[in-house]
Design a protein around this ligand. Structure first.
Ligand SMILES: NC(=O)c1ccc[n+]([C@@H]2O[C@H](COP(=O)([O-])OP(=O)(O)OC[C@H]3O[C@@H](n4cnc5c(N)ncnc54)[C@H](O)[C@@H]3O)[C@@H](O)[C@H]2O)c1
Ligand SMILES: [Zn+2]
Length: 344
């Protein structure tokens, strides 16, 4: 079931209706240098309310305190009060950071997220995690807060570079692997780019919101959404400062292969299923050899999911079934990265 505050359809229509029904003193639309032209331009003639636009440079590097300070300053200087509304129009960076800014400005003002990348639509938009990077650690500072409204408008995907679309698709694969074997078999039968994005987005949002509904703050079952992310995140962080930077989904795709390997190692997933998962993922993504294993291990020690300094991952029992808080050690992680490097 898709929660009531998430709407899928025409973003301008939903925005007009929501704003007509509420009484906001000031409205600011937060965009980056890509979404201002690709997304705001697409809907601005249909918006029936007045607003100001605040534009930031695009990129994960800008998801930091300095950018927050600029936006908080702008809101303060322009006397935005507690009845203001912030509309975040962009990918995960804009939605995570804009939501964080809104949730903390004057102890919290209303905000609407309009995710414009596949990753943000199928993942970042659902679940109320907001935040910024700090001291090179991703999402180190943040809060849990559900936006007042989320509108998913798949027309925005048309301008998304293919590499970004594919990156978001990794979360779709993850949702199938942890919860829906049938859907995994279905996407397996076609080229990844031939997917019907409207259906894919609905499917992912249903799965994620069902999981998050009873565990917003990730005390238990929500941890299965981290499948592929313990190793994937550590790879992503490690490669952030290398020449061949990886997109989030590209790193998670590798993480899912490694963590599927560990699921077999833990005698849960079958070898056949591991082969099926690895083959599919390798077929979709450009294989890259993973080096800097020592650095990856250092980064994995920082993982928010660790308990008492033990590394905890989510692990597949079978395709479509996942469990969490499974302890792994450095040796096993190294083996899993070696496995990945050997099959690509
Ligand atoms: N809150 C969560 O639960 C959650 C979940 C997953 C990821 N995230 C976060 O999301 C971020 C990654 O999200 P992302 O991949 O959307 O990154 P992003 O916001 O940087 O967007 C990727 C690129 O696409 C551009 N773009 C966005 N929409 C476009 C469009 N419609 N057409 C053309 N270009 C467009 C952006 O300007 C940017 O250059 C990370 O910071 C990650 O931590 C959060
Ligand atoms: Zn992710």
């Amino acid at each position: 079931m898709i929660p009531n505050h998430i709407k899928i359809g025409n973003s301008a229509t939903y925005l007009n209706k929501y704003i007509f029904d509420h009484n906001y003193s000031n409205i600011c639309i937060l965009v980056d240098d890509n979404t201002v032209s690709n997304c705001l331009n697409k809907i601005k003639n249909d918006l029936r309310f007045s607003y100001e636009v605040f534009q930031i440079e695009s990129g994960e590097e800008k998801k930091n305190l300095e950018t927050c300070a600029k936006i908080w300053s702008y809101l303060t200087e322009n006397t935005y009060d507690r009845s203001s509304l912030i509309i975040n129009l962009g990918g995960g960076v804009i939605c995570d950071m804009g939501g964080f800014i809104a949730s903390t400005y004057k102890r919290g003002v209303d905000f609407i997220n309009i995710p414009t990348t596949l990753l943000a639509q199928v993942d970042a938009s659902v679940g109320g995690k907001l935040g910024i990077d700090f001291n090179n650690f991703k999402n180190q500072i943040g809060v849990f807060k559900v936006p007042n409204l989320i509108v998913i408008d798949i027309k925005f995907l048309a301008t998304l570079p293919e590499r970004e679309l594919k990156s978001g698709f990794a979360e779709v694969i993850k949702h199938c692997l942890i919860k829906d074997e049938e859907k995994f078999n279905e996407i397996n039968k076609i080229e990844w780019s031939e997917n019907n994005w409207d259906q894919i987005v609905r499917h992912s949002i249903e799965i994620k919101s069902d999981i998050v509904r009873n565990d917003l703050e990730e005390k238990g079952i929500r941890k299965i959404l981290n499948f592929g992310h313990s190793i994937g995140h550590a790879i992503e962080t490690t490669y952030l400062h290398k020449n061949n930077k990886l997109l989030h989904g590209e790193a998670i795709a590798i993480g899912m292969i490694c963590e599927s390997f560990l699921s077999v190692h833990n005698k849960k997933l079958s070898k056949n299923e591991l082969d099926k998962i690895s083959e599919y993922i390798i077929n979709v993504y450009q294989p890259i050899k993973i080096n800097f294993v020592e650095e990856i291990l250092i980064n994995i020690n920082q993982d928010k999911k660790n308990i008492n300094q033990k590394i905890m991952i989510s692990s597949l029992n079978k395709i479509g079934k996942c469990e969490y808080d499974i302890e792994v050690n450095h040796d096993e992680i190294i083996k899993s990265i070696n496995y990945y490097n050997n099959i690509i």
